[in-house]
Unconditional design. Sequence first.
Length: 117
Amino acid sequence: MRVKPLGRRHKQPVVYTVTDARKPLSEDIMYRERRYLIMMGIRALCFLLSILFAFALPGAWRWLAVVALIGSVVLPYVAVIFANGGREPESGARFAPYEGNDVDRKQISGPHDEIGS
């Protein structure tokens, strides 16, 4: 390990990182599958509640059975739309503004004869 002297400061080279990279496709697919399975679980719960409400509730409250049944019919369509919707947009995936030709450009590492400068 090398220790820098306190009195001198050396200009460090600029380090480029890949922080704006998108999530891996496997993580995105896993997220969409999890969301789909949660929605299908809610659908199954709605279907069971519609049967329970239809037989257990008195006549004035049977509208809850109809609402639960409608939810169990509509949720598969919504779940498939969300699952097949593609990758989620990233907040960091924006265009950088044009900065023009600056004199203070960052240097590219590598031998100069290979880069063409």
